[in-house]
Design a protein around this ligand. Structure first.
Ligand code: F6R
Length: 267
C-alpha cells in the first residue's frame, strides 16, 4: 500500500536539500569527513546517529586516521546506530554491532557506555524497542545523522523500507526482498543467511536530527537518488521524506548523481 503524503501536506514544509556531486569515491569520503570533523570540533559532546554498510566506510576510515594520526578526540561523543538485524546471536560476525566495532569503535576513543545500538540477540524485540526508544529520548536529538540509502528503488533509510511513514518510530520491520538480495554480499552471497527482520529507528526519529548527511556511491544508487530528490514525497520512496527536513545534504559520487536533471552543486 502506498501512503501518499498529500492528505497531510499542510502539516509539513518541503525543503530542497543541498546536493554535492563529487568525481570520486575518495572525495565523497573526504567531504563527508570534513562535515563530521567540523561538527566534532565545534561541539566535542555531539550526539551522532550512525549507519553501517559500505557507504560510510571511507568516512569511518578517515575518522580513525584523524584519531590515530592527529589525535582528533572523540571521547565526548555519543553515538546511536540506526538499526540492527534481529535475531542474530550476540557478537555475530555479520551483526551491525560487530560491524561498528570492527570498522570504527575499536580504533577510536568513544567510550562503550556512550555507544548505543539495538541488541540483535534479545528474545523479546518489543522490550528492546522500548529500551531503544528511551535511549533516543534520553540522549536527545542527534546533532548529526549519517545515512546511506537502500539499493535500486528501495530508497530506504535505516531499515525504513517502502511503506514506511514519516511519523514512524523505532520498531521491528520486515526487510524488503530487494534489500535482502543486496545485503547477501555481507553474508557470503547467501540470501538465506540474511535475517528477514530488523529493529530500526523510524523516519520521525531520523527527522529529529539537527543535521543530516546522506552518502550515496555507485550506479546502483542512481535511480533511487533521482526518485528521492525529483520524484514525489511518499512512502514508496522513504528517503524522500528527508525533503521535509531543513538541513540535509546529499553527498554523491558522479555515478550516484548521474540521473539528476536539475542543476546541482559540484564542489
Ligand atoms: C544501515 C543502513 C542502511 C544502509 C543502506 C545502504 O545501517 O542504515 O540503510 O545505509 O542499506 O547500504 P550500503 O551503504 O551498503 O549501500
Amino acid at each position: 500500500m502506498t501512503l501518499e503524503l498529500k492528505p497531510h501536506l499542510e502539516d509539513f514544509q518541503v525543503y530542497r536539500p543541498d546536493i554535492v556531486v563529487l568525481p570520486s569515491n575518495n572525495l565523497v569520503d573526504e567531504y563527508a569527513f570534513s562535515r563530521v570533523e567540523e561538527k566534532i570540533l565545534k561541539n566535542p559532546y555531539s550526539v551522532l546517529t550512525l549507519a553501517t554498510g559500505s557507504s560510510p566506510l571511507g568516512l569511518y576510515n578517515l575518522m580513525i586516521q584523524a584519531f590515530q594520526r592527529r589525535n582528533l578526540d572523540m571521547q565526548g561523543l555519543t553515538t546511536r546506530n540506526l538499526d540492527e538485524y534481529w535475531p542474530l546471536p550476540k557478537g555475530h560476525p555479520k551483526s551491525y554491532d560487530r560491524f561498528m566495532r570492527d570498522n570504527l569503535f575499536n580504533h577510536i576513543n568513544i567510550p562503550e557506555s556512550q555507544r548505543y545500538i539495538p541488541n540483535s540477540a534479545v528474545e523479546d524485540p518489543e522490550k528492546e524497542i522500548s529500551r531503544y526508544q528511551s535511549v533516543l529520548k534520553q540522549t536527545g536529538p542527534a546533532d548529526l545523522a549519517i545515512l546511506g540509502i537502500g539499493p535500486e528503488l528501495t530508497c530506504h533509510i535505516a531499515f525504513n523500507e517502502r511503506g514506511s511513514t514519516p511519523d514512524s518510530r523505532t520498531r521491528l520491520v520486515q526487510i524488503d526482498p530487494e534489500t535482502i538480495k543486496a545485503n547477501a554480499r555481507f553474508f557470503d552471497g547467501d540470501e538465506n543467511l540474511v535475517p528477514h527482520q530488523a529493529i530500526t529507528q523510524g523516519i520521525a526519529d531520523i527527522l529529529e536530527s539537527k543535521e543530516i548527511i546522506l552518502i550515496a556511491k555507485g550506479k546502483g544508487k542512481a535511480q533511487g537518488i533521482q526518485r528521492v530528490l525529483e520524484g514525489p514525497i511518499n512512502s514508496d520512496s522513504p528517503a524522500s521524506f528527508l525533503r521535509l527536513h531543513p538541513n540535509v545534504i546529499f553527498i554523491l559520487d558522479e555515478e550516484a548523481g548521474r540521473l539528476l536533471e536539475k542543476p546541482i552543486q559540484c564542489l
